[in-house]
Structures are given as structure tokens and as C-alpha cells.
Design a protein around this ligand. Sequence first.
Ligand code: ARG
Length: 458
Amino acid sequence: MASLWGGRFTGKSDPLMQSFNESLRFDRRMWKADIVGSQAYAKALSKAGILTAEERDQLVDGLEAVGKEWAAGNFKSVPTDEDIHTANERRLGELVGSVAGKLHTGRSRNDQVATDMRLWLRDEAHQLLAFLKELIGAAVARAEKEVSIVMPGYTHLQRAQPIRWSHLLLSYAWSWHADAERLEQLIKRMNQLPLGSGALAGNPFNVDREFLAKELGFDSPMPNSLYGVSDRDFVAEILFWCSLTMVHLSKFAEDLIIYSSAEFGFVQLADAYSTGSSLMPQKKNPDSLELIRGKTGRVFGGMSGFMMTLKGLPSTYNKDLQEDKEPMFDAVDTLTACLQIATGTVSTLTVNAEKMKASLSNDMLATDLAEYLVRKGVPFRETHHIAGRAVKMAEDRGVPMSELSIQDFQTLHAAFADDAVEIWNYERSIDQRCAIGGTSLKTVQEQISAMKKWLGTA
Ligand code: ARG
């Protein structure tokens, strides 16, 4: 069969141009969306009086048969199948004859492709949401089980204050939770229907776009046909969403890579998510996490590349827009893999609670020392200074602060009393941070309950 646009052309396409132009090799994965969209359109055409009921059924059934070939993996493309839309229409014609030529009445590949992409992405986004929830569920389950484990918390990668391991796990879970909320908002925004916009100016047969929207599960038809065919904000948004979610995954990965090094030894990855070295027999490398961290770059690249494509385009459809698919597919595939790998990694790693606890040192309680004096009525700015001098005193003597005597402390401030020994207790320090969002047992358990409620597992 000749190309879809053969009538006006007499010259042949350059073979390199043909392959340059062709997108079937990647847009074939939208075959189902294309079939479903066309079936709905056939119904709308019959409602508009363009197709008889019999013709409509022929088209709907024929498209069903084309879909079956894709599903079974035996759809055979031919060199003139420029894209998934061309391929499906060509095959439909072979199966049902000339009535296939009526399907594209008033439709353009411009409104068709924009519709297919939204349909495809909507399904994938729901799948991503499910994977994200599994990941959050895995982190929350661990947080609940290991709530008594304490560890050093870091700022600037320097030991700062003692925290619960669960509090750290939940910090990742909260950023993924925000990602999930963002994705839900994005699904809502992408759920607007371009079909019925024609090539750019609108549909001349007054197809019922409300019907089409309902048929395909969209919230409403897009309100302007020029906007309908050209808007790719939903692609830009999913690329940004994937990028930001990768930032969160990358931070989680980087933390655990550091914590799994021998120098820290806080966690050990399961064999299932590590690899060995071809040369050094002792090695166990955190490849799962390194790949998550590394793939963050590629997802960013897809986003910035596509933003460059959009920048400077004139209104409505331009072939540049065919460049929207590969970054979208790649980002979705990457997230689909990374979310599952992160879930597997976090649910199977082992935690070395003793090592975490042994890495706490009582200089990490210097803030608590200052707070002790605050509770005795000394202004914080002064107490900060006094606690700093206590740190220095212990350092000069080469002993931990807890070995300084009450008399020593009293040389720094008269408010120190015998109860100061209670400062040197990490759990106590942790449980004092009991305002909403803190690392205390109570406030960590509140976070776990809130998360389980949100996940529907409470
Ligand atoms: N393969 C094209 C794309 O992905 C379909 C739309 C083609 N429209 C056109 N006017 N050439 O964008």
C-alpha cells in the first residue's frame, strides 16, 4: 500500500528519509491505545451519521482483530508503515476492505497521536503509582519493625544528632508520598481528550466529543483544537515527575551505598541486589543502588532534551513533536525498573543495629547539654557557648564528655547539678524530640500510623 499521503506526491521518498521519518519501531508500544481510540472514533462517526451501524461494527470488530494480532505478537508490519497509526489502518484495510477508508474521516494523526499518548501514559502512570506505593509500604514495614534501632543522624555528612533508623526510612517514604500525590494530580491533568480536534482547526462532522471523552474515560474534551493537537505539557510533566522522583531515589541510594561501606557497616545488601567483582573475590558491590543513582542522569537528560525540543516550536503540530515519545517511554521504563529494584533492595537488606549504636558518640549530645541548661533557665545562646567549652574540655583531656565530673561542669556554669548524668543517654535524647515530626518513639509511631492509613494498610 502507498503512504497515507500519496495523492499529492509524485516523487519517491529517499530511503534514508523514510527510515528517518519512521516511528513504528518505538511507537508500536501504543498499539492498544491506538486501537481503543479508533474504536471509540468509529462509534462517534456512526453517531454523527457518517457510518452506518453495520460499517461501525465492521470497523470495531476489524480493529479488535488487528489488536489480537499485536497481542499475540504476530502483527506483520510493512516498510510503508510510517507509524502505529498508519500500520493499524493499513492492516484494518486488509482485513475489512474499503470501509476502513472511512475511519479517518475528520480525524488527523495529530489528534490521534496526542490521544494515544495520553491513553498510554494514563495506564502507565497508574502502574507507576502502584509500584511507588509498594516501595513506600516496604519502607514503612521496616520502619515499624525496627523502630527501636538508633543511629547517628548526619548533616554535611558529619555526625550530628542521634535519630531512629525508622525516622530516616520514613523521611524517604514522605518524599515518595509527595511524589505519589504529584502523580495523582498529573494523571488528573493529562486526562483531557484531544480527539475530535482534527488536524488543527476542529472536527467538521460535529462528532460528539463529550461522548468520545466518556467512551475513553477522559474527564472532558480539550477546549481548543489548536491547543488539543499541540499540547505536550503532560509529557513535560511526566518527565519532570520522573526526574524529581529519581532525585529522591538517588538520595536514598546514595545514603545506603555509604552505609553499606565497611567504614560504616550499618547495612548489608542482600545477594539478590548486589554483584561481585570479576577480579577481587571479597567484593560485594551495591550495583542495584548505584544503577538507581546513575540512571537519574539519563532521566534528567530526557527531560531537558525534550524541553529543548518544545522551545521555539510554532503553534500546533510540527514533526518535532514525534520526539516526545522516546524520552517518555525511556523515563517510564526507567522508573518502572528503579521503583521495583528499590523496593526489593530496601526490603531485603540487613541492618547492623550494634554498629549503628556503636557509632554514636557523646559529642553528639552536646546540643542536649546546652538544652539541659536551657531547662534550668539559661538563655540558649549562652548554653550553646558553654556546651562548646565542655566539648573542648573533653577534647583537651582526651576523654568522652560523659567522663567529665559534675564539678568540671560546674566550673562552666553553676546551674549544672547531679541530674546532668542523664544527658548521656541516646534514647533519652531521641525521645525528647517529640514535637510533631520529630525522631521520638511517639512521633515516629505517629508517622507510621499516618502512612499506613494513607496506604490503606492500617
Ligand atoms: N508519528 C507522528 C508523531 O508521532 C504522528 C503524527 C503525524 N502527523 C503528521 N502530520 N505528520 O507525531
